[in-house]
Design a protein around this ligand. Structure first.
Ligand code: DHB
Length: 303
């Protein structure tokens, strides 16, 4: 498998699995050789434990799904005790996704993780959860707040610092520039789009919180457009995600400007998809005499 250098980190492949869709790595270990995945981004962890939203939390849509989990997680102290030990054991690059409400939450959570001394390679900062008031969205819609948060977190770590951006904004370019100005190593885009579903028999909304995050192939064109908009205005690397389900999709994201990609919703259908697509991508590179898929970064052509 062809590896990719990203900052100081060497990923075994350019295909990682997205936060919230792969738990903490061990859930699929009986089905998939998790050591072969390019990288795992773990489900958002917060400073304190969260129960999450009441059910129903997920609903299927045409070519996608809606979810409103509400950042359910064990909290960072328990994460260090019960999740980090397994993550430290596996031979896959780990990025820890962190969510919060205020700068201090994010900073404290990151500092606790730094002190825990795991061999994770970086952090992905969720400033784009659409489902809870306290989910960081107030940062995700403001370039200035994104920059301030990034600046504070940058002071606390030399590991990879990736800001995860929301498409539910007026200008994702401004937010990406805020992250770059604050010293982020990269941005990841996109998080879910706000969506809704109604059961016509009961007339009830399909998700308890009425609105949820839409993901899956339905959002791929939106994700691609946002990645390309970001590519045009920043110099830092981009991790592209949103509905990727095939090798062609991965290549499209790279042509639009992505350096790495993440697979999210499709993991539920095929837990080993990140490994299969990485193998297919190698084959594509060989067939097309490319040293690496990175040779195609941003090479989209216009009419
Ligand atoms: C949740 C968080 C997200 O960032 C997202 O895009 C969708 C759902 C959540 O935990 O509810």
């Amino acid at each position: 498998m062809s590896s990719v250098k990203f900052g100081n980190v060497e990923f075994a492949s350019p295909i990682l699995v997205a936060s919230g869709t792969y738990g903490y790595g061990h859930e699929t270990a009986s089905m998939v050789d998790v050591n072969k995945i390019g990288g795992i981004v773990t489900k958002s962890v917060t400073r304190h434990p969260r129960e999450g939203n009441p059910p129903p939390r997920i609903a299927e849509t045409a070519s996608g799904m809606l979810n409103s989990i509400g950042l359910a997680n064990v909290g960072v102290d328990e994460y260090c005790k019960t999740k980090l030990p397994y993550l430290n054991e596996i031979d896959t690059k780990i990025i820890i996704n962190i969510a919060g409400t205020a700068i201090e939450d994010y900073v404290e959570t990151l500092q606790i993780l730094e002190a825990a001394g795991g061999n994770h390679v970086g952090y992905e900062i969720n400033i784009s959860c659409p489902n809870v008031k306290e989910g960081g969205m107030s940062f995700g819609v403001s370039a200035q707040m994104t920059e301030s948060l990034t600046t504070e977190l940058r002071k606390c770590t030399s590991k990879l610092l990736v800001m995860k951006l929301s498409p539910n904004v007026t200008s994702i370019e401004d937010i990406a520039q805020g992250a770059e100005n604050g010293g982020a190593d990269a941005v990841s885009a996109i998080n879910t789009l706000v969506g809704m579903g109604i059961d016509i028999n009961t007339r009830k909304v399909k998700i308890h919180t009425t609105f949820g995050g839409l993901s899956g192939p339905a959002i791929k064109p939106v994700a691609l457009a946002n990645v390309h908009k970001i590519f045009k205005v920043v110099n830092i690397p981009i991790i592209g995600l949103g509905g990727i389900s095939s090798t062609e999709d991965v290549i499209e994201f790279v042509l639009a400007g992505a350096d790495l990609v993440q697979i999210g919703t499709l993991n539920y259908r095929e837990p080993g998809i990140a490994i299969r697509l990485a193998d297919e991508l190698d084959q594509y590179c060989q067939n097309n005499k490319l040293t690496s898929i990175h040779d195609l970064k941003g090479l989209v052509e216009y009419h």
